[in-house]
Design a protein around this ligand. Structure first.
Ligand SMILES: C[S@@+](CC[C@H](N)C(=O)[O-])C[C@H]1O[C@@H](n2cnc3c(N)ncnc32)[C@H](O)[C@@H]1O
Length: 290
């Protein structure tokens, strides 16, 4: 799939996002595109602390306009301007990062950050004293294979369109390859708190945790190789319902419809409690899922 039409849309924090006609979604939350990058990706991956390292490695999955990378660079270099940041970004559509630059959507970031993003968009490669980066174009299910045995990241941003719209980047098989790119102290952050996504992260051997929510009722998710405090009772119970049946894509090549249908069939024959029934039951027992 491609996004053919890029129409800048103002979000609540005065930063712009694009709307993708083909997926029927905006690239960021309406609550604020820039704020989302900072709150859902950069803060949860603790890059302000990791910035004290001489080198920080970032894997930005679904690079899009590049906001997550831009916000990461801003945070790291505010703490330690000498930190060398290595970025690998995966994106299927080269027009999107270029379009963000042509629409001047990166103007609120410092010139050195704009320079990195401009080089990534135009040359797909950047090599400065502060940053080494590569933009790998193509289906992330294939491009991730190029790095999954050689690049281990301190921070991974997992930012596809929503699971029902882009299930191929939320499958057990894809997330398993993503998990191989996380170093032992690294943190993966994603905006999704869907039970199916959390199960796939767990199936890849990761521990999962909540992050603070931003403008949405449910929190986002972090995942690590080291132990995190357990989820709340409700959070754990949610993972025992049919919503937690993950998306699967055994050959990493199936279309959206095939992946959705496969999961639907698995849900229909599952012995797990239907999520709607669980929801009615727990709303009587628990007030909220902190
Ligand atoms: C929600 S947007 C990401 C927003 C982005 N992180 C940003 O800060 O602008 C999802 C992105 O995933 C890309 N995408 C969709 N399917 C993909 C695939 N199979 N492989 C790689 N990228 C894909 C889209 O082109 C889009 O740029």
């Amino acid at each position: 799939m491609t996004c053919d039409l890029f129409l800048p849309q103002l979000t609540a924090d005065n930063s712009y996002t694009f709307y993708c006609q083909e997926f029927g979604e905006t690239f960021h939350s309406q609550q604020g595109a820039k704020t989302e990058a900072e709150h859902k990706f950069v803060a949860p991956t603790r890059l302000n602390i990791k910035a004290h390292q001489p080198v920080v490695r970032i894997l930005d999955i679904c690079y899009g306009l590049g906001y997550n990378t831009a916000a990461a660079l801003a945070t790291i270099w505010a703490v330690n301007p000498d930190c060398l940041v290595e970025v690998i970004a995966l994106e299927s559509n080269a027009d999107i990062p270029n379009s963000a630059i042509n629409h001047n959507l990166l103007d609120s970031w410092e010139p050195n950050i704009r320079q990195v993003l401009t080089l990534l968009a135009s040359n797909h490669q950047v090599k400065t004293a502060q940053c080494q980066g590569t933009l790998l174009l193509g289906d992330a299910r294939q491009t991730i294979k190029l790095i999954s045995s050689s690049f281990t990241a301190d921070a991974i941003f997992l930012d596809p369109f929503s699971p029902p719209k882009c299930p191929q980047l939320w499958t057990v098989e894809f997330i398993n390859l993503v998990a191989k790119c996380l170093n032992d102290e690294g943190i993966l952050a994603t905006y999704s708190a869907a039970a199916a996504v959390r199960t796939a992260l767990q199936a890849a051997g990761l521990y999962i945790g909540n992050t603070i929510s931003l403008g949405r009722r449910s929190p986002s998710t972090i995942a690590t190789k080291y132990k995190l405090p357990p989820l709340s009772t409700i959070g754990q119970e949610h993972l025992l319902t049919r919503a937690a049946i993950p998306y699967r894509d055994p050959t990493l090549q199936d279309d959206t419809e095939v992946i959705l249908h496969r999961r639907q069939q698995e849900q229909q024959t599952s012995l797990l409690e239907p999520t709607a029934r669980w929801h009615r039951r727990t709303r009587r027992s628990f007030k909220k899922d902190p």
